[in-house]
Design a protein around this ligand. Structure first.
Ligand SMILES: Nc1ncnc2c1ncn2[C@@H]1O[C@H](COP(=O)(O)OP(=O)(O)OP(=O)(O)O)[C@@H](O)[C@H]1O
Ligand SMILES: [Mg+2]
Length: 254
C-alpha cells in the first residue's frame, strides 16, 4: 500500500529487561484517520502505542532499538523534547483518570503546565472550545466548578479526551478507552472519535474486534510482539493475507 503517513516505525524492537515485547515492527500510520491495533492480550499493543510518545521511557527496564518517525523526525533520538512530543502526541487511558479537581481545573492544568495562555478569558475560551469538541459544553457549561470525579464515566472519559485536545495535539493515542464503559457510553465515544478523525490522527488499541471494524479505516493485527498484518480495516476483516489474522478475526483463538 502506498499512502501518506504520519507515524512510521523502522525495525522497531523493544525489550523489558531480557524479554522482547516488540519484534521488528514496521508500521505506517496514515494522517487524519482512525487506525486500530488489535490482537490477543499480551501481544504488545499497549507497548507499541507507548512508543509513539515515548511513554515507555518511564519504565526503567526498557530498551528500544530502531526508529519511530513522526512527521519525518525520529523521536527516538536523545535530543527529542519529550514535553512537546507528549503535547503533540496526546494519550487517553483505559480508565478515565480525571484529577480530583473541578472540570475547569482539569482542563486548565495542562494549559498552565505548558504555559500556553495567561489570560483567564483566553483560557476559558479554550476550555469552551475543548468541551465543545467532545460534546460536553452544553452539559457542563454551568458546572465548570463541579468536581470531575462526580461526572458519569462517559463524561469523565470525554473530559480526558478534552484535556488532550486543549493542548492542540496532532495525534491522539487511546488505549482501550471504552473498556470501563457500558455499551451506550461506548457508542457515544466511538461517534466522538469518528468526528475527531477529521482533525487528528487517531490510534486506538482495542480488544474489541467489532469496535475496530466499526470505527477504524486502517487496522494492524499483532501477535506475540509481531505486527502480523497491517492494511485497510476492510481488507483485514474480509480478506486478510495471513492465516494467523484470519484465525484471530474468525474467533479461532483470542
Ligand atoms: N513493565 C513491564 N515489565 C515487564 N514486562 C512487561 C511490562 N509491560 C508489559 N510487559 C510484557 O510485555 C508484553 C506485552 O505487553 P502489553 O501490555 O504491551 O500487551 P497488550 O497487547 O497491551 O495486552 P493487553 O491486551 O492485556 O492490554 C506482555 O508479555 C507483558 O507481560
Ligand atoms: Mg494493553
Amino acid at each position: 500500500m502506498n499512502y501518506p503517513c504520519k507515524i512510521k516505525t523502522i525495525n522497531l524492537n523493544l525489550f523489558y529487561g531480557e524479554f522482547q515485547a516488540l519484534k521488528n515492527i514496521n508500521i505506517k500510520i496514515p494522517p487524519k484517520n482512525i487506525t486500530a491495533i488489535i490482537g490477543p492480550s499480551g501481544c504488545g499493543k499497549s507497548t507499541l502505542l507507548r512508543c509513539f510518545n515515548r511513554m515507555n521511557d518511564l519504565i526503567e527496564s526498557v530498551r528500544t532499538e530502531g526508529k519511530v518517525i513522526i512527521d519525518n523526525q525520529n523521536i527516538n533520538l536523545p535530543e527529542t523534547d519529550l514535553i512537546s512530543l507528549r503535547r503533540k502526541v496526546g494519550m487517553v487511558f483505559q480508565r478515565p483518570n480525571v484529577f480530583d479537581l473541578s472540570v475547569y481545573e482539569n482542563l486548565a492544568f495542562g494549559v498552565k503546565i505548558h504555559r500556553l495562555y495567561r489570560s483567564k478569558t483566553k483560557i476559558l475560551e479554550e476550555i469552551e472550545h475543548a468541551l465543545e469538541s467532545v460534546g460536553l459544553w452544553k452539559e457542563l457549561k454551568d458546572k465548570l466548578k463541579k468536581n470531575a470525579k462526580n461526572l458519569t464515566l462517559d463524561q469523565q472519559q470525554r473530559l480526558c479526551i478534552a484535556r488532550v485536545i486543549i493542548l492542540k495535539p496532532e495525534i491522539i493515542l487511546l488505549d482501550e478507552p471504552c473498556s470501563s464503559l457500558d455499551p451506550i457510553a461506548t457508542l457515544k465515544i466511538e461517534e466522538l472519535l469518528f468526528q475527531l478523525k477529521e482533525k487528528y490522527t487517531i490510534v486506538i488499541v482495542t480488544h474489541n474486534m467489532q469496535q475496530a471494524a466499526r470505527i477504524s479505516q486502517f487496522c494492524g493485527f499483532m501477535l506475540l510482539g509481531e505486527l502480523v498484518e497491517f492494511d485497510t480495516t476492510e481488507k483485514i476483516f474480509t480478506y486478510p493475507s495471513d492465516t494467523r489474522t484470519e484465525n484471530y478475526i474468525t474467533g479461532k483463538f483470542g
